[in-house]
Ligand binder design. Structure first.
Ligand code: KG4
Length: 333
């Protein structure tokens, strides 16, 4: 089955063509240069940019895959969660393609795409597995039981991990999106220089909370300024990164132990973080769990994961009628 995937939930316009679970083309245009001067995504600018990008990105994906719209068997587009204006562009475009080409269409939950992105890698896990999804909009732990069955075991009660990275970056004057910049700067810092708090919440809780950590970084910077003392951005980045990564790894392994699941996979933009991957490798070995991490180009938003998820949903549930609408909150929790 030849599947065209379209993703436009936030600030990346992406299209991919898959033959079953095999990627033939995976195209993405980023809007980072537009949003970086505002220190975050401006929804109105994002949707306008998607309007310009969606057609050329889809054309490029089809041409790189050596195919044409009339040969596509299924169109899969992100239906939610995300910015409504952004989602509407990709989803409406997909509906129009479906209508003119009489190709079945499926709406895909963005979180399902991230959970299944591990199947774009060479050695995917077998079900069931625990999936940690950490991005700019979400931090959540899921139990993935099949290609279409996921239960949310814990989620952030306030900021997402990526959002915390982005806000700390902004505080330190680093560009948007901040995660990769904080991580790069952290390489020159001491992760034990500042003891930022770890928010474990109630014993056994699989929820996250990163807003207190973000405030601690802000307070630390302000106190140093008041005391006229130097601020070491590398030490702040390294100490902050360690505080985030420790909580993410610890709680994910706790979930795997609690539900007696042998495999752990990660996904979402923050899953590209090298310290997160290192600690997962180390702790999973100690806990006798097998760790799976997607290739870097499948961590951040992409359309290959949407096409893959769409193919599996279609096999189970069939296509959707074209009066379906986008949504801002995921039913997956
Ligand atoms: O999944 P994603 O592309 O989509 C959105 O949520 O929009 O994730 C983007 C997030 C941003 O917050 C970015 O700062 C973060 O992922 N990120 C990282 C790294 N690469 C991207 N955070 C920490 N370390 C990284 N290497």
């Amino acid at each position: 089955m030849l599947i065209l995937g379209i993703e436009s939930s936030c600030d990346d316009t992406a299209a991919a063509v898959l033959q079953g679970d095999t990627v033939l083309a995976n195209i993405l245009t980023s809007q980072d240069v537009i949003h970086t001067k505002f220190g975050g995504v401006v929804p109105e600018l994002a949707s306008r940019q998607h309007l310009q990008a969606v057609h050329p990105v889809v054309e490029k994906a089809l041409s790189e895959a050596g195919t044409t719209l009339d040969k596509i068997d299924l169109i899969a587009a992100t239906q939610g969660p995300g910015l409504i204006g952004s989602l509407l562009v990709g989803f409406s475009y997909a509906k129009a393609l479906s209508m003119v080409s009489k190709t079945p269409m499926i709406g895909v939950d963005h979180m399902a795409g991230h959970i299944l992105s591990i199947f774009l890698s060479k050695n995917p896990p077998v079900f069931p597995y625990i999936s940690l999804i950490v991005s700019g909009g979400t931090s959540a732990i899921y139990l993935a039981e099949s290609f279409t069955k996921f239960s949310c075991l814990g989620r952030t009660r306030d900021d997402a991990a990526g959002e915390a990275f982005d806000k700390v970056a902004k505080l330190l004057g680093l560009p948007y999106p901040g995660g990769p910049h904080v991580s790069k700067m952290a390489e020159a810092g001491d992760p034990d220089y500042i003891k930022f708090p770890r928010s474990w919440l109630e014993p056994d809780s699989l929820d996250f909370s990163f807003s207190g950590l973000k405030t601690s970084v802000l307070n630390y910077v302000n106190q140093q300024k008041v005391k006229n003392q130097k601020i070491s951005a590398p030490d702040i980045c390294a100490s902050f990164e360690k505080a985030v990564v420790e909580v993410l790894v610890n709680k994910t392994i706790l979930a795997a132990e609690k539900y007696n699941i042998p495999s752990i996979a990660i996904g979402g933009g923050v899953s590209a973080n090298s310290k997160l991957r290192e600690l997962f490798h180390h702790e999973c070995t100690l806990a006798d769990k097998v760790f799976y991490a997607p290739e870097l180009n499948y961590c951040t938003d992409n359309a290959a994961m949407i096409a893959l998820a769409g193919g599996h949903i279609y096999k189970k549930n069939g296509s959707i009628p074209l009066d379906h609408d986008v949504y801002s909150r995921s039913s997956l929790g």
